[in-house]
Design a protein around this ligand. Structure first.
Ligand code: PAF
Length: 274
């Protein structure tokens, strides 16, 4: 991969990179399309990164389909797909992790303590090997995007970070590889996340800006959904990810909700009236 990147760069091409954990869906494809608008040589990585899963999480169950993924990458215009294996990525004696001080201590980082150091570590390694000019990340993982932007700045990576909007099913459910875990009934119930975000956005836009009240009503709504268990629902400053008391400027509402055993995340920006 590294030699390929050197060659592509020596040809004066702009190398764009979409890192993924595979089991690709329209969300990933849209990131590839966005990537190709920013460069002319697209590299996709497929690597289910053990370093970002906790001991009781779904690493072994994580859905995989390499053959289908490779065909989708080719169709989307990828020039190369990087599929490192875990024993090479984390060779004998591997012991380094890239740790960020503040941004991981919110939202998903609270219930998944190893997630973001695993992400920053693997993304650092991928950046060093793939050597992209531009890298594209999805806004569905808003906290991950904020963390990668911060890391890129802090560690002087000469890489432009571009984001892509969340791609949704027709009924609003955010596309995710983990949606494949849902039974048909859970799949129907899972639309509650989007409906709740939209309802809260409408309330904020029409002047109900007290965050505690908005959160209380949102939590009641999600709690009434069969098989749903809230991990967190928060309204935060989109830059610092700190809780806000009022939606008097654009604020991010983010949530993680278990539907059955499947943990789903989603988020939406809330705007005050006007
Ligand atoms: O968003 C993902 O799929 C992963 O967290 C990433 C960025 C590929 C790192 O493993």
């Amino acid at each position: 991969m590294s030699a390929h990147a050197d060659l592509v760069r020596s040809q004066g091409k702009t190398l764009v990179f979409v890192p993924t954990m595979g089991f690709l869906h329209e969300g990933h494809i849209s990131l590839m399309e966005i990537g190709l608008a920013h460069g002319n040589h697209l590299v996709v990585s497929i690597f289910v990164n053990p370093a970002q899963f906790g001991p009781t999480e779904d690493l072994d169950a994580y859905p995989r389909n390499m053959e289908r993924d490779l065909a989708l990458c080719q169709k989307a215009g990828a020039a190369a797909v990087y599929t490192p294996d875990s024993s090479k990525m984390y060779g004998p004696g591997f012991e380094t992790r890239v740790i960020q001080e503040a941004l991981p201590n919110h939202l998903c980082g609270l219930s998944r303590p190893r997630l973001f150091s695993g992400v920053t570590t693997v993304v650092t390694k991928l950046f060093n090997t793939v050597k992209p000019h531009v890298a594209v990340f999805g806004e569905k993982d808003f906290q991950q995007l904020a963390i990668i932007r911060r890391m890129t700045l802090d560690l002087d990576f000469d890489i432009k970070i571009v984001s892509g909007p969340t791609v949704r099913e027709q009924d609003g459910l955010a596309k995710s590889s983990r949606n494949s875990y849902l039974s048909p009934e859970q799949r129907r119930n899972a639309t509650a996340l989007y409906r709740c975000l939209e309802e809260t956005r409408n309330k904020a836009a029409s002047g109900q800006v007290d965050a505690q009240r908005l959160l209380q009503e949102a939590k009641e709504k999600i709690q009434s959904v069969p098989e749903a268990a809230i991990d967190y629902i928060s309204i935060v400053d989109p830059d610092t990810l700190e809780d806000v008391a009022r939606v008097d400027k654009p604020s991010l509402m983010a949530m993680a909700v278990f539907v059955g055993k499947t943990r789903l995340i989603d988020n939406m920006l809330l705007y005050p009236p006007g």
